[in-house]
Design a protein around this ligand. Structure first.
Ligand SMILES: [Zn+2]
Ligand SMILES: [Zn+2]
Length: 263
């Protein structure tokens, strides 16, 4: 059985979609009856005669009041039969609907990011960036010293720009870690598209983004509105990077131009 929230919400969506597939429905059941008319001279009065029929009867108890209707064999019986069957399916659907919703309640965390989660996230990003930083600084020192060794002295200007580029790259990793800490800004299985419709969650789409520091990869939850036939990406809106691969208008001095030795 599905366990995680995403799958449960997918299931909920699937159920929601199915609700629209059925036609008309009504409560009640259909029974077949044979009746004795009570007239002494009628054939039905004889022993072993089943009675007049078959007669099809729809009946239901609605708000404590019982209702019944005779159905003509053929089209009418078939129609009401379908309607009653649809109602039976609706009840099954309803049970599943409640079940999946309750499971979602069970799986949904109390807060979006609880303190504990935040602490964990801090540790995770720190560990990732720290490891990269150590490696990068090791490589950087080696490169600066080797270059200096070859030319008989460290070149100030070249060293400055090498260090700056390297720090930009490192900053990019840090920024990436922090920006992706929201797990793509997933906001549930459906969200407002902005035009008054519901957009459905499709999956995660990554985006390469040129920032002042370096190129980074953004993880984003992607929703699609069937009415607008357009994608909705809350994270792009939140970061104000919709429709661009730059975090700012193209900068004058070409940020993060260096081909980093990172990644
Ligand atoms: Zn009779
Ligand atoms: Zn829309």
């Amino acid at each position: 059985m599905e366990e995680n929230l995403e799958e449960l919400e997918r299931h909920k969506n699937e159920l929601y979609r199915r609700l629209g597939e059925w036609g008309d429905f009504r409560r009640g059941t259909i029974s077949v009856n044979y009746r004795k008319c009570g007239k002494a001279y009628c054939a039905c009065a004889q022993a072993g005669h089943p009675g007049h029929g078959p007669q099809y009867l729809w009946n239901a108890t609605i708000k404590g009041e019982s209702r019944a209707r005779n159905l003509r064999l053929g089209a009418e019986l078939e129609k009401v039969g379908r309607e009653v069957e649809n109602y039976r399916r609706l009840i099954q659907w309803w049970d599943q609907w409640i079940e999946v919703n309750e499971k979602i309640c069970q799986n949904r965390p109390v807060n979006r990011i609880e303190d504990e989660e935040l602490e964990e996230l801090k540790k995770k990003i720190k560990a990732e960036v720290w490891q990269e930083a150590q490696q990068e600084i090791g490589r950087l020192i080696a490169r600066l010293l080797e270059a200096g060794h070859k030319r008989g002295g460290v070149d100030l200007e070249a060293s400055e720009s090498t260090i700056r580029a390297s720090m930009h790259e490192l900053g990019g990793r840090l920024l990436e870690g922090v920006l992706n800490g929201d797990k793509g800004d997933y906001r549930g299985s459906r969200i407002e598209c902005g035009q008054g419709h519901q957009a459905e969650f499709v999956g995660y789409r990554n985006k390469r983004l040129q920032t002042v520091l370096a190129k980074i990869e953004l993880k984003r939850a992607y929703y699609h509105c069937a009415v607008c036939r357009a994608g909705v990406i809350p994270k792009d809106v939140q970061l104000d990077v919709a429709g661009t691969c730059f975090s700012q208008p193209e900068a004058d001095d070409g940020p993060g131009r260096r081909q980093g030795s990172l990644r």
